[in-house]
Write a protein that binds this ligand. Structure first.
Ligand code: HEC
Ligand code: HEC
Length: 422
């Protein structure tokens, strides 16, 4: 065939466009016409590593990365569970669940719903779980990019993965005050399938990041990530390095199940008014120093120029870098500052129960500037820097009283407490 682009009447069609056109023409007449969904590459992190290592991520590297990831994780239509030797991947990823959650929206030969993720989540969180689905740019906060492996509302300490129960709570309750809806109406097995699929996308995304890191920081420029034509010794060395990086990610999900911070309930006979007063002193005091971010009137206006970890990847304060990241494509969402919560509204994203607030104040909120508390034991000598568990419950009592506290009554700062602002 002659080069078609010479004839202005015949547009050049790529094979995928051709198949889409064929689908339109034959709509209804044939099955299997849905265009294949593909995982997209983490272009932001690759560029970040390129900038850092001052080395181009070669075409070979892109190909190797795609191949290794497809081998381990399959595709959005046919997900795989990676095989990682002794690591008990099946504890966190279940093949049946992944099958049900993945693929195009349809039902399988047994009448079971399939494609749950694409039906309920992908328009916000994206097929790849990059938080950049078609509706993402219109939302504030943006939907979560799972690929960093960082989650906000969970029971485990800073840096820990969410437990199964944490993800279940998120799916059942949604995240109040954000676009993240509740999926309470879905049957339990579908919730389970979606939990597995979130883990799958997060693990895949984090493994991708660590392989990009491996390639750009540990390997020489000419070393292949994986070379199918290399000698068997080289191949097995390459494969075991990849497995090692992937195992580390999966193991953190397995470990999370036993890492929930144990919480003893507050003393039920405490004097609530005294506890609130103590909580307020702490809130404005130098150790808890909640005022620094949540502001004098707790309206969340103390510190409004910071960014969350997802946004920090774009180096938002470095104009030249930011421009480069934004030019990667429309899937890179414009940076916005993160604002501390307005605590007068009584809307808590991670749940409104006292135990939820205790967790947020105890462990902080991962991926955001909200810090965890420095905990000391009840019998620590006077003057030890930190907060006891009962101090934390007082902070919870105070935070819970804030929506009812008169804002026209400015807080009394006790003598000896100095507000510090950094
Ligand atoms: C209308 C958009 C929208 C839809 C649909 C949606 N989400 Fe979200 N989701 C969000 C937003 C926005 C956030 C981020 C909230 C925040 O950062 O406080 C989020 C956050 C999350 C988180 C992170 C929670 C954490 O602790 O950090 C998980 C997990 C999640 N969504 C899973 C899902 C799943 C699974 C589905 C489909 C069943 C889904 N979401 C559908 C908008 C959406
Ligand atoms: C360095 C800044 C900073 C400090 C200090 C800080 N916070 Fe926060 N806090 C934040 C940010 C930012 C958020 C919003 C995080 C998000 O996007 O979900 C937040 C959210 C919260 C929430 C909302 C939780 C939810 O589920 O919605 C509570 C409650 C809270 N902070 C209480 C406190 C208390 C109590 C203190 C003092 C012990 C404190 N914060 C100190 C920055 C801070």
């Amino acid at each position: 065939m002659k080069n078609m682009s010479r004839n202005p009447l015949i547009p050049v069609l790529s094979p995928s466009k051709l198949s889409r056109v064929a689908c339109l023409l034959l709509a209804g007449a044939v099955v299997g016409c849905t265009t294949k969904a593909e995982f997209s590459e983490n272009a932001v992190f690759i560029l970040k590593q390129e900038r850092e290592s001052k080395e181009e991520f070669s075409r070979q590297r892109h190909l190797d990365l795609a191949e290794v990831l497809a081998g381990m994780f399959g595709t959005p239509d046919e997900p795989n569970i990676p095989k990682l030797g002794d690591v008990e991947v099946s504890k966190v990823l279940d093949a049946t669940h992944l099958h049900v959650a993945s693929g195009p929206v349809s039902s399988d030969e047994r009448g079971r719903a399939r494609g749950l993720y694409r039906e309920h989540c992908a328009h916000c969180h994206g097929v790849t779980g990059d938080g950049a689905g078609p509706t993402a740019a219109f939302l504030n906060p943006y939907p979560r990019d799972y690929r960093m492996g960082i989650f906000k509302f969970k029971s485990t300490p800073k840096g820990g993965k969410p437990t199964h129960e944490d993800l279940q709570d998120i799916l059942i309750n949604g995240i109040p005050g954000t676009a993240m809806p509740s999926f309470k109406v879905l049957p339990n097995n579908e919730i389970e399938a979606l939990i597995s699929y979130v883990r799958y996308l997060s693990i895949r995304g984090e493994v991708e990041r660590s392989l990009v890191f491996l390639a750009t920081s540990e390997l020489d420029a000419e070393d292949r990530l994986f070379d199918p034509l290399a000698t068997s010794d080289v191949r097995s060395e390459q494969a075991s390095l990849i497995r090692e990086y992937a195992s580390e990610v999966v193991q953190k999900w397995i470990d999370a199940e036993s890492q929930a911070t144990p919480i003893e309930p507050p003393n039920p006979s405490r004097d609530l008014q005294a506890s609130i007063k103590h909580g307020r002193e702490l809130f404005y005091g130098p150790i808890a120093n909640c005022v620094k971010c949540h502001g004098d009137s707790a309206l969340g206006d103390g510190q409004k120029t910071d960014y969350d970890d997802w946004t920090k990847e774009l180096e938002p304060t470095n104009e030249e870098a930011l421009e480069e990241f934004l030019s990667l494509g429309s899937f890179v969402l414009a940076p916005r500052n993160i604002h501390p919560r307005n605590l007068r509204q009584g809307v808590y994203r991670g749940g409104r129960r006292p135990i939820d607030l205790f967790r947020r104040i105890h462990n902080g909120i991962d991926g955001t500037p909200m810090p965890g508390a420095l905990i000391i034991s009840d019998d620590a000598p006077a003057g030890t820097k930190g907060l006891t568990k009962s101090d934390l419950w007082s902070l919870v009592d105070y935070v819970r009283s804030l929506p009812y506290e008169s804002i026209s009554r400015p807080p009394v700062i006790e003598q000896g407490y100095q507000r510090s602002r950094m």
